[in-house]
Design a protein around this ligand. Structure first.
Ligand code: PLP
Length: 229
């Protein structure tokens, strides 16, 4: 058993609470998504035993084995990595959430492949807020059009937006980038879309994200330690 995971989890939760307080957010309004990519099933169980329920994975092959091994646990699985259109079936059948929707044909496949016996798949539209060409996500200018199309898919439940700030950004630049995401979110809500999730903030920038209105932060390294890859 890895005591670090227990301690790290407690530290991250305390930090989230004090950031919520610092920026006048409601206590416990931010959901913690533990990003377990490249970590073991044992690491996930350790976090689970200390109350963690939402876990995020980036790589399908790796996630397949973990989800299989942990099917007895009431874990909420989030897919947060890039999706290829020929690999949507497993995601549609085994995940509860996908945060990285930036292509309509992928969302369409997920909706078709989502089993009728399950709740619709919760999804976030990934927006490119960093202006780095390497980052996935759609241009914030195209949100309205994309959202209106996605909203019509029957087995997809559009919950909100996801974004990643640029690696080199300092605190004020992180806030600036997250604000773009928040503005898309609040403008879509004002247009009548029923959205409740703003997935933004990782180990290096979750204070800026919460300050700008994140409802879900995706934390890997601060909980499970630095990844080797
Ligand atoms: C890896 C990853 C995270 C977690 O990053 P950390 O820096 O380890 O907290 C969050 N979101 C996405 C999309 C990721 O790929």
């Amino acid at each position: 058993m890895d005591e670090n995971i227990r301690d790290n989890l407690a530290t991250v939760k305390n930090k989230i609470n004090s950031i919520e307080e610092k920026y006048g957010k409601q206590n416990n309004s931010v959901t913690l998504l533990a990003v377990s990519k490249s970590k073991t099933v044992e690491d996930i169980v350790e976090a689970y035993q200390h109350g963690q329920r939402h876990f995020g994975e980036n790589y399908l092959q790796e996630a397949q084995k973990k989800i299989q091994d942990l099917q007895e646990y009431d874990i909420v699985w989030h897919f947060i990595g890039p999706l290829q259109s020929n690999k949507t079936r497993f995601t549609a059948e085994k995940f509860d959430w996908v945060h990285s929707i930036d292509r309509f044909n992928i969302a369409e496949r997920l909706s078709k492949q989502r089993p009728q016996s399950m709740l619709p798949l919760s999804v976030c539209i990934q927006l490119n807020i960093s202006k780095e060409n390497s980052k996935s996500g759609i241009d914030p200018k195209e949100v309205d059009h994309f959202l209106s199309k996605l909203y019509l898919l029957p087995n997809i439940n559009v919950r909100g937006f996801m974004g990643i700030s640029s690696f080199a950004a300092d605190f004020s630049e992180q806030r600036k980038q997250f604000r773009v995401l928040y503005e898309c979110f609040s403008s879509a809500q004002n247009s009548g879309y029923d959205l409740d999730t703003l997935s933004m903030g990782m180990s290096g920038d979750f204070e800026a994200a919460i300050a700008e209105g994140a409802t879900m932060v995706r934390i890997g390294a601060d909980i499970f330690g630095i990844r080797e890859q």
